[in-house]
Write a protein of this length. Sequence first.
Length: 277
Amino acid sequence: MEASKDISRLIEIMAALRNPEGGCPWDIVQTFETIKPYTIEEAYEVADAIERNDLDDLCDELGDLLLQVVFHSRMAEEAGAFAFGDVVEAVTAKMIRRHPHVFAVSGAVTAEDVKVQWDDIKRQEKLLRAERRAKSGIVEDFKAGHLGSVQRSFPALTEALKIQERAAKVGFDWSEPEPILDKIEEEIAELREALKEGRKDKVADELGDLIFAVVNIGRHVKADPEQALRGTNTKFRRRFHHIETELEANGENLDDATLERMEALWQAAKTIERQLA
């Protein structure tokens, strides 16, 4: 087996890995559920490579993400549901169908025309999808209703943001940021109360409400919460690395350092950042 630029080689490799006779013991026992976390992880790694403007890593990470598509397709083929070719056919048909101004005849000329046309096509697709699912006996459908266009597969922060944006389109929204700050304080108070009660389920519920409210304030001030949090994560990494390197330079290590010692180095890292800024 040799590497190739032909997608069929990747499909052959996956089939070989999943072969009960002579395949990889790890790959053979995987399911959609066990592979799902890796699929999400690979998508994040693609995003990370883009943010770092690392095209070498991007090429590699896109390959890993493509492997996930092939893996899921192979498992579906084994179950008699669909194969990789069906995935390709479905997405090519969708792209052709949604771009009649490119691949057929359409009156859409401006970007706004295209958007209106796109929304109309998606509405038609939803009706066909509902009919298809009804025939298959699938009852529950999270894609139904006004919030149905918001994918549940999004990261929770992104899903919350898009749910709020969607609700705001029909007027279910705060008119300004200040009341949201009041809501955040209210949610903090409820979280404090839940902590006093010692109920883990209640704490989790109130924590979710608090985060949802924080996402809302981010939306109102035009600060994407996902990107804002990623920025904070990067900042935390940088400051924590400063603690690590300073301890190492002084013959100390993280395991033995006290919280007070680490906090002092953390504050020093913040001072350095302010000076550089």
